[in-house]
Design a protein around this ligand. Structure first.
Ligand code: ADP
Length: 317
């Protein structure tokens, strides 16, 4: 077979490990593999190159994606996707493996509807794909966030400050929830908890009066302006308060062993499915077992927050 592999949307540490696994698994079947550069944009433009085993040497531990990634909103138009289908035909590519988040999955679903054989692999730091317990990149981003929060805790404690730390996750609470639990944050604010500003301010004032040296507030992005919130906390609670937006450092870095392992498993599994003629699906892990769902089910399934973690917080915060 001739298999194409593409990374699209936001990059995530571990994407390279997934590319490597796809290439090596496909070669082990005797397939030819083609790297498609710069996401769906590169596909439309025909940026396609055959990959050998050597092309994916020394990338297992590298962050980012050697294929590059890009955003092409116009991919929502059928005429633009037609150009992609033409490029696949021109290069005789039989099947396409797409590594990315839910936008990438939607693009792959639309291509599947046009007859392209697609298998998707979850690559995003946000952990917002419901069809898998963990996405490639989440573990590394969590490690990065935890390291930063630990450092901010040291200085907050020395200066008796409150620190607000905004982490990524788009609309998914996981990065804030997990990093907040791992770093003993006093408050965790996510799309799931919502922001009860009055309560937060009153609690922080109470903490301050009780003589607690610092307070750590971990908050998901897209909730509020953390710099304004820091000012309000400072005015009301008696704590000096600093806001830090961790931003894009969460997207880079050497992938953790968990991400390399997950990416290696999912990359090989995606190629196995193609050889079983199973297409139009997204792969993932559920309760440590590999599984696949149709792309439409993978996109439709709600990303239910883990309620046991909320319950855990009430006991340890
Ligand atoms: P992610 O895959 O990380 O969620 P995006 O949401 O930016 O990232 O999606 C990546 C790419 O997938 C977009 O730039 C676009 O090319 C394609 N895509 C997203 N939504 C659609 C859609 N509704 N129809 C077709 N293609 C889409």
């Amino acid at each position: 077979m001739r298999i194409g592999v593409i990374t699209s949307g936001g990059d995530a540490p571990g994407m390279n490990a997934a590319i490597r696994a796809v290439v090596r698994a496909a070669l082990s079947y005797g397939d030819q593999v083609f790297g498609i550069f710069d996401g769906y944009k590169g596909l439309v433009e025909g940026k396609i190159q055959e990959f050998t085993r050597k092309d994916v040497s020394e990338i297992l531990n590298r962050g980012g994606t050697i294929l590059g990634t890009a955003r092409l909103p116009e991919f929502a138009y059928e005429q633009v996707r037609d150009l992609a289908v033409k490029q696949l035909k021109k290069n005789d590519i039989d099947a396409l493996i797409c590594i990315g988040g839910d936008g990438t999955y939607t693009g792959a679903l639309r291509l599947s509807e046009m007859g392209v054989k697609c298998v998707c692999i979850p690559g995003t730091i946000d952990n917002d794909i419901a069809s898998t317990d963990y996405t490639i990149g989440f573990s590394t981003a969590l490690n990065t966030a935890c390291e930063a929060i630990d450092r901010l805790r040291d200085t907050s404690s020395s200066h008796q400050r409150c620190s607000i730390i905004e982490v990524m996750g788009r609309h998914c609470p996981d990065l804030a929830l997990y990093s907040g639990i791992c770093c003993g944050a006093e408050y965790i604010v996510t799309s799931q908890t919502g922001l009860d500003k009055e309560k937060l301010l009153m609690d922080l004032k109470k903490n301050r009066l009780q003589g607690r040296r610092h307070a750590i507030v971990v908050i998901s992005e897209n909730i509020t302006d953390v710099y304004s919130l820091a000012k309000e906390i400072e005015n009301y609670s008696g704590y000096e308060c600093r806001a830090t937006i961790l931003g894009y450092i969460q997207r880079g870095g050497c992938p953790t062993p968990e991400d390399r392992f997950l990416a290696s498993r999912l990359g090989v599994y995606a190629v196995d499915l193609i050889h079983q003629q199973i297409y139009g699906v997204a792969v993932g892990v559920h309760e440590n077992c590999l599984r696949y769902l149709s792309l439409s089910d993978a996109l439709a399934e709600p990303n239910n927050p883990d309620e046991s973690l909320e319950a855990l917080l009430t006991k340890i915060q």
